[in-house]
Design a protein around this ligand. Structure first.
Ligand code: MN
Length: 299
């Protein structure tokens, strides 16, 4: 059981880049970062599925110009799956993740998260013990490289259709125990928790101080508050846990398309049209939920 802390925590609020754009040219990146700032967020989560493609200097300049911080996330593809039993595939995954850590470092960030422990895809069978061991071994090496760059890793727990390794907070804590590195944390996402966890507060309590990153997403990945996620329970438990890490809004609509990520996540319909309205609404929603949860505890 997590100890109750005695004061509300300050938080950085972030927004996933796919709210703004599905490409990351210098021009698209600058516009996304500018709109992130205008909507009142502290940081943007860059979709780093191809860390070799990013113009690091241009993105760093845009972040500085608009006064916005960054984190990065990615989901490995089947061809870069570090849990693969094919050593060539694993090597490509190790290299890609190593490059991602360098990009985060060079952009001034301190967090790399997402499905970085295996491929983000629907698997046809349970993970073998060899796959599980391969994943852990690669994450240990990546964690050591990341630690040298002052970077933390967040392992995103996702639903059964997107990973056969980590579907619950409990599984992630078991995996973390095997990894045994201080800079590796659990990354929870309300959209996935809603599918796999017994309830919102249970998952947060299971993680305790090993919860390092959260994604806030609705049950249909659209406007917060318009679906079935129990945000009151989630933010109540988050407040009680003393969590002080980033709180990042994640939402997808077929209005904004990344040719790889949108298909992987099965984004087949429009949940919204207006990114600016969605972003402003989400920030107000998250702040109000957290404010209410803190007020209950500290009135
Ligand atoms: Mn997520």
């Amino acid at each position: 059981m997590t100890e109750t802390v005695n004061a509300p925590q300050a938080h950085q609020f972030g927004i996933h880049a796919l709210v703004w754009t599905g490409e990351w040219t210098p021009k698209a990146a600058d516009e996304a970062i500018r709109r992130t700032a205008e909507a009142g967020y502290d940081l943007i989560e860059v979709a780093l599925l191809d860390p070799y493609a990013i113009d690091v200097d241009a993105t760093r300049a845009s972040l500085a110009r608009h006064g916005i911080g960054m984190t990065a996330s990615l989901g490995l593809a089947p061809g870069t799956d570090i849990s693969s039993e094919d050593e060539d595939v694993r090597k490509r995954g190790d290299a890609l993740l190593g490059r991602a850590v360098e990009v985060v470092r060079d952009l001034g960030g301190d967090y790399l998260c997402g499905v970085i422990y295996g491929s983000m895809s629907k698997h046809a069978a349970p993970a073998s013990s060899r796959s599980y061991g391969n994943s852990i071994e690669s994450i240990q090496r990546l964690a050591d490289q990341a630690a040298n760059a002052g970077i933390k890793l967040g392992l995103e727990v996702v639903n059964r259709y997107e990973s056969n390794l980590l579907n619950t907070a409990g599984q992630a804590m078991g995996y973390l125990h095997e990894v045994g590195r201080d800079n590796v944390f659990v990354h929870l996402d309300t959209y996935h928790m809603n599918i796999e966890e017994p309830n919102m507060s249970h998952a947060i309590e299971v993680c305790g101080d090993r919860l390092g990153y959260v994604h806030i997403g609705e049950s249909h990945r659209g406007y917060l508050g318009s679906g079935t996620i129990d945000f009151q329970s989630f933010f109540g438990a988050l407040s009680r846990s003393g969590y002080s890490g980033p709180i990042t809004f994640e939402s997808f609509s077929s209005v904004v398309v990344d040719p790889v990520l949108s298909n992987t996540l099965a984004i087949w319909r429009n949940l919204w049209q207006d990114s600016d309205d969605l972003a402003a609404h989400a920030l107000a929603f998250m702040q109000a939920q957290l404010h209410g949860a803190d007020a209950v505890r500290f009135q």
